[in-house]
Design a protein around this ligand. Structure first.
Ligand SMILES: [Zn+2]
Length: 395
């Protein structure tokens, strides 16, 4: 009986602490500096959407929702596919940077482009979204180190060495996995090593998301600065070619870098494609008739989600799966080497409850529930990335 009473008292205390935490999560979240290293909304901006507008239902992101979600620092992805090769990629990257700078220029009270740690912290103190550029795809420098310098001068603070396509100097994860590396030369060649060294000199973070294993290890052996994975998840949970294996995560930690987790449902949970296929097969007749009317795949998906919300939600992994990926890295290498690189607006499906950048506080709530301290949460939300950003700054 006495034991029971003791247990009940302990339980009551635990519940009280738990509910205090749950109530405090917004406070803790808004106080932390949240850095997201990967957002693809510029693709939508180039198609004519304006981030100052309410884009709910159309995108994962807009300026008001960044604020609501407590996002302080956003690396905007400048991306193109392999069709933007020589003579095209660099110009297209510049067009995207123009569009990002135009958003900041139109909204000086809400957002400012920053290039170094001091400017970033000033923006955070002023309550403005600090915008930075992350160039996703080494093909956009068209093999040219002067183009790399030029993108740095325009605000690029990381380069993802490859996208799914390999360059002449670095092989991608997709090509290495499929055995389609051009000329069968995997890894970084001498020019690739020069590019990494130049990035180290400039203070441009080397992003190893999307690169193949061989390129990864060549980067680890070449870079003199900590590296990032701007938007990758854990291979142990789902053996997708875009996810990082345990030895890679350990090497990033040893290098002082950070793994910024991608929210893509199918990276977090390998069961997603099969559930999605079953869901689509069930409504094939309706989907075919919408296709015949000329509807795009994304419009059809939104329509299905509205019409069959319960079934559509069941395709998505729960938010807890993202927290599992965080826990895994923390247990493997410690709390100093994990962060968040959502890939919002570059992914077709995120975990349940994460409908857009406005839902970031739910991650903090989940981490508190799992017993993470405020100090550790601050590291995961942005502190770890800021450490790497500073370590890359030119002295
Ligand atoms: Zn990507």
């Amino acid at each position: 009986m006495k034991l029971f009473a003791k247990g009940a008292a302990a339980l009551a205390l635990f519940c009280a602490a738990h509910s205090a935490n749950a109530q405090n999560y917004q406070k803790i979240h808004q106080k932390a500096i949240l850095v997201d290293t990967h957002n693809d909304v510029l693709i939508n901006v180039l198609e004519g959407l304006r981030l100052e507008d309410d884009l709910r239902g159309k995108t994962h992101s807009d300026l008001a929702r960044f604020k609501k979600g407590g996002v302080d620092v956003q690396f905007f992805s400048v991306w193109s596919d392999e069709t933007y090769g020589k003579g095209k990629g660099f110009a297209y990257a510049n067009r995207q940077i123009d569009s990002l700078q135009a958003i900041a220029a139109r909204n000086p009270d809400k957002m400012v482009m920053v290039g170094n740690y001091q400017e970033l912290m000033d923006a955070v103190k002023q309550g403005k979204l600090a915008g930075l550029v992350g160039v996703e795809g080494g093909h956009m420098i068209e093999d040219s180190i002067p183009y790399l310098d030029s993108l740095y001068n325009r605000g690029a603070r990381y380069l993802t060495l490859t996208w799914n396509n390999s360059t002449s100097w670095a092989s991608s994860a997709k090509d290495e996995t499929a055995g389609t590396v051009p000329n069968a030369k995997s890894g970084l060649n001498e020019h690739g090593k020069q590019i990494v060294r130049r990035m180290n000199e400039l203070g441009m973070m080397v992003d190893i998301s999307h690169v193949g294993d061989q390129t990864f290890w060549d980067v680890i052996n070449t870079s003199t600065k900590p590296v990032i994975a701007s938007h990758s998840s854990v291979h142990n949970f789902c053996s997708h070619f875009r996810n990082l294996k345990d030895d890679q995560i350990k090497a990033i930690a040893k290098n002082g870098g950070v793994v910024q987790l991608n929210f893509a449902a199918d990276f977090l949970d390998c069961g997603v494609p099969e559930r999605q296929q079953q869901f689509m097969a069930k409504y094939k007749t309706e989907i075919d008739s919408l296709k015949n009317r000329g509807w795009s795949n994304s419009r059809i998906r939104k329509w299905l989600v509205n019409k069959y919300p319960k079934e559509a939600t069941a395709v998505q992994p729960p938010l807890s799966v993202l927290l599992d990926h965080i826990d895994y890295i923390v247990k493997l290498v410690g709390v100093d080497y994990v962060g968040l690189g959502s890939d919002f607006d570059g992914i077709s499906m995120a975990p349940q409850q994460l409908d857009g950048v406005e839902d970031y506080p739910l991650i903090t709530k989940g981490l508190l529930t799992r017993g993470y301290s405020q100090q550790d949460i601050n590291k995961i939300l942005g502190g770890n990335l800021l450490r790497v950003f500073q370590a890359n700054s030119p002295r």
